[in-house]
Design a binder for this molecule. Structure first.
Ligand SMILES: Cc1ncc(COP(=O)(O)O)c(C=O)c1O
Length: 409
């Protein structure tokens, strides 16, 4: 049996065997960055992805960018020109979102442990809070009274179902996220007694899903749940955030999601929702799907050695700067991200090699036993699918190496 391959990575052109980002050779970008390691993100690819979504998905669907995927201010600024809403998970992210000039009411703040000072900032700014507990609802109302501002709120619901075959699950069963759906009617009754502007529901089940069938199944169940809960709402709902979860191919054997079947189903369900909940706008909330494929992580080869028959390409980047590619961010069995030698993509000579970082831990791996151009000191190694959950989820301070640059071209 043939071993599975990575999905083709053709978002960045190759000219004279050198990877190009934003019409520039990666070697030129490396010079501009002051050398590797660095992250580079391509704004044109983000624009293209959003254009594809707008043309495939139904008109009127609200598309929100969850900035946790890539909170670099320049990226958020660019995304803010393309999407209908921003989702933030902390007061720090809220600041970045507000600085983009986005209308605060279309900035939603989710997260199970919002602190009072964060709630205060969000309420003062006029952002929408996705309430994650009854207690948080009471705190938000109290803070609103203290500030003399009526908070905009939605209720984040923990549904009774899961997003099947999802890389990361945030709904179904006992969860720290949101309020169990069976408790929501009582919460809504209390909410109606408080000075809160109730806008609707946020039902987010999971992330990194590559099954159209599972996404459609979860969206259908979410919409049905929303109908049931809306009967208990203190006022007609305006926001109905049905989550996201659209994944990108990271590992061998994974394929890109097809938007068409998801779009067809949503079209039908949105027509029905227009009848049943006429004031509600359906929203989806995506991070990695919008920016993940638009970024590369690039590091430089500093040494090469053979150990008992295996080739080791040692680079100046690794786990501390790209935890996910090292396999230490939620992977049970380590698998390789797509990796190439960026300045000699096809190369003259190929070999099977291990690409590792400079840290003194065997966890510091960027590629294990992968077929690559034979790389030597000075060559650049690029890790694809690094536009999301790269820089910001990595232990950058670990072992005291300088942080990588981040460049948006
Ligand atoms: C509430 C919420 N929204 C959006 C996202 C973004 O997920 P993804 O980047 O996989 O689209 C997450 C991921 O953790 C999340 O928890």
């Amino acid at each position: 049996m043939k071993s599975p391959k990575h999905a083709p990575m053709n978002q960045f052109p190759v000219i004279e065997d050198c990877l190009q980002v934003g019409s520039r050779a990666i070697t030129d970008i490396a010079m501009e960055a002051g050398g590797a390691p660095f992250y580079v993100y391509d704004r044109q690819l983000m624009t293209k992805r959003m254009a594809e979504m707008r043309s495939s998905l139904p008109n009127g669907l609200i598309i929100k960018y969850a900035i946790k995927a890539n909170p670099m201010p320049a990226v958020v600024q660019h995304m803010s020109t393309l999407v209908d809403g921003l989702d933030v998970a902390s007061a720090g992210e809220l600041r970045v979102a507000l600085d983009s000039g986005f209308d605060p009411i279309n900035i939603s703040f989710a997260g199970p442990g919002k602190m009072d000072w964060e709630l205060k900032q969000a309420i003062a700014a006029g952002a929408t809070l996705n309430l994650e507990s009854e207690n948080e609802m009471e705190r938000a109302a109290l803070i609103g009274d203290q500030l003399g501002v009526q908070p905009h709120v939605a209720v984040r619901v923990n549904p009774e179902f899961e997003l099947k075959s999802s890389g990361v699950k945030m709904g179904g069963g006992p969860k720290a996220f949101g309020v169990d759906s069976e408790r929501v009617p009582a919460m809504l009754q209390r909410l109606g007694e408080l000075n809160l502007d109730f806008r609707g529901f946020h039902i987010y089940c999971g992330s990194q899903n590559l099954s159209e069938e599972s996404i459609i199944d979860a969206q259908n169940k979410t919409i049905d749940l929303g109908y049931r809960l809306a009967e208990h709402a203190p006022q007609p709902i305006t926001t109905f955030n049905i989550g996201g979860g659209f994944g990108i191919p990271l590992f061998p054997g994974e394929n890109r999601l097809e938007l068409e079947p998801i779009a067809e189903n949503l079209e039908i369900r949105m027509r029905e929702t227009a009848d049943r909940l006429p004031t509600a706008k359906i929203a989806i909330e995506l991070g990695r799907y919008l920016v993940g494929e638009a970024g590369l992580y690039v590091c430089e080869v500093v040494d090469r050695k053979i150990s008992r028959g295996e080739v080791f390409i040692i680079t100046n980047g690794g786990l501390h700067q790209h935890l996910a590619a090292s396999g230490n961010f939620g992977q049970v069995l380590r698998k390789n991200f797509p990796v190439v030698v960026a300045n000699r993509v096809v190369g003259q000579e190929r070999e099977v090699a291990n690409v590792v970082g400079p840290l003194c831990t065997p966890l510091d791996i960027l590629a294990a036993q992968m077929e690559l151009t034979a790389a030597h000191p000075g060559d650049l190694i690029a890790v694809y699918q690094s536009g999301a959950y790269g820089y910001s989820t990595s232990p950058i301070a670990f072992l005291g190496h300088p942080p990588p640059a981040q460049i948006l071209v």
